[in-house]
Design a binder for this molecule. Structure first.
Ligand SMILES: Cc1ncc(COP(=O)(O)O)c(C=O)c1O
Length: 403
């Protein structure tokens, strides 16, 4: 049973201090599972391990000692550190899934060390040279945005909080739109809609295992992450699709100065994994469709979670609409990577959970009240099963059998 025992306090970055150093971690072996703290504070996508275990050989990458010596991947490409194979597989997967209008060839691809680095690059590229841009996002917003924006106290941009409160017509702004949204899974659009601004679409979760693909996205600047698409958060790969060449150039400059490009080893691995996902989606594929496999797990988890929450009267969960998915060619519903739960009264939701040894992330980190909390649903089965058991105990419904 790989349940992580945690003792440290909740922090607000995606990989928080709850993700303590390995020497401080215990895995529950030799101690009562009843005592283990389950850490669902960050969205560590270990759920996907079950699929990749099955694809062990098929997705393996061999890197020779003679590879990756040069800083350069493709000097002819605007993004000179982007591996051609990764570019090819990114385009192939978007075309198969239909989540981006990429076939029109209107985007520059900029690769980053996770989309976290690309968020910083986008803020740098979009902020005006002579005035600080206010960075906003409608609450509840991804808890890392304020931290990423204000970490180095740049003179080019600063965090301004909830986008719905931004009302200054004459001031430059950058709106971050996460759709489906982290933490609550809701489909979103820009809310500011004023002059002097730019919008960055963070589409980390716009993949068919999480949500129906209703139309190909074609925004000016879109961010994707390998972490949530396939579950390989540890490879640290993300990509931006950018329409404006000057913006792309500035983002590339940011990457050049901060890390002189992006690990070629990780890019080659990402290319192999994305290629395996595309292969799995092809008609007549001899391997299980990655998105169908992952969606089925999430769907089942959501059904079970809803059953537990419904059985008592303490928490609420959001409901999501069913829509036609172009990829599934069927009606599907959103099954987010996180559960955004709320206490029915005014209690501090994260504290209620913590008393029962469940670490979630409290609503204040997302710019809303403490009656909300986010819990990851993309952990391993053992942790998810324990979560249901704990929730049942809180709600007094532990006669249900969740094994
Ligand atoms: C909405 C959103 N954007 C960006 C990221 C960062 O992803 P990466 O692992 O690529 O840095 C996350 C991670 O949880 C996320 O939820």
């Amino acid at each position: 049973m790989g349940v992580t025992v945690q003792t440290s306090e909740i922090n607000h970055s995606e990989v928080s201090s709850n993700n303590s150093a390995p020497e401080n971690r215990k895995n529950g072996i030799g101690e009562s599972i009843a005592d283990a703290v389950i850490n669902l504070d960050h969205g560590d996508p270990t759920m996907f391990e079950a699929y990749w275990e099955k694809m062990r050989e098929r997705s393996a990458v061999t890197l020779l000692g003679s590879q990756s010596l040069s800083y350069f991947s493709d000097p002819k490409n605007l993004c000179w550190f982007l591996e051609p194979k990764l570019e090819q597989e990114i385009k192939r997967l978007h075309t198969i899934v239909g989540n981006v209008a990429i076939e029109e060839g209107q985007y520059y691809i900029v690769v980053g060390t996770g989309s976290s680095q690309l968020i910083q690059a986008a803020l740098y590229a979009l902020s005006p040279p002579d005035a600080a841009a206010t960075v906003v996002c409608a609450a509840p917003y991804y808890s890392a945005y304020p931290e990423v924006t204000d970490l180095v106290r740049s003179r080019r941009f600063e965090w301004g909080g909830d986008a719905r409160s931004f009302e200054r017509d004459d001031e430059p702004f950058i709106e971050l739109v996460t759709t489906p949204n982290n933490p609550d899974g809701v489909i979103r659009e820009a809310v500011v809609n004023r002059p002097h601004g730019s919008v960055v679409y963070d589409l980390a979760y716009y993949w068919p295992h999480f949500t129906p693909i209703t139309a190909p996205a074609n925004h000016h600047l879109m961010l994707f992450t390998f972490s949530k698409c396939t579950g390989h958060a540890g490879s640290r790969i993300g990509w931006a699709l950018v329409k404006d060449k000057e913006v792309a150039k500035k983002m590339i400059k940011f990457m050049e100065v901060s890390t002189i490009g992006v690990s070629k080893d990780s890019q080659l691995r990402a290319a192999k994994i994305l290629g395996t996902v595309s292969d799995s989606c092809s008609t007549g594929a001899d391997i299980e469709n990655f998105f169908v496999f992952s969606r089925n797990i999430l769907k089942e988890r959501w059904n079970r979670l809803r059953e537990v929450v419904k059985a008592a009267d303490l928490f609420t969960l959001l409901k999501y609409p069913t829509q036609y998915c172009r990829f599934a060619k069927d009606m599907t519903d959103t099954v987010p990577a996180f559960a955004w739960i709320a206490t029915k009264g005014e209690e501090d939701c994260a504290e209620v959970l913590k008393k029962h040894k469940i670490l979630g992330r409290g609503g204040t980190k997302f710019g809303v009240g403490k009656q909300f909390a986010r819990i990851s649903l993309v952990s391993k089965d053992e942790e998810f099963n324990l979560l249901l058991q704990r929730l049942s105990i809180i709600q007094g419904t532990d006669d249900l059998n969740y094994e």
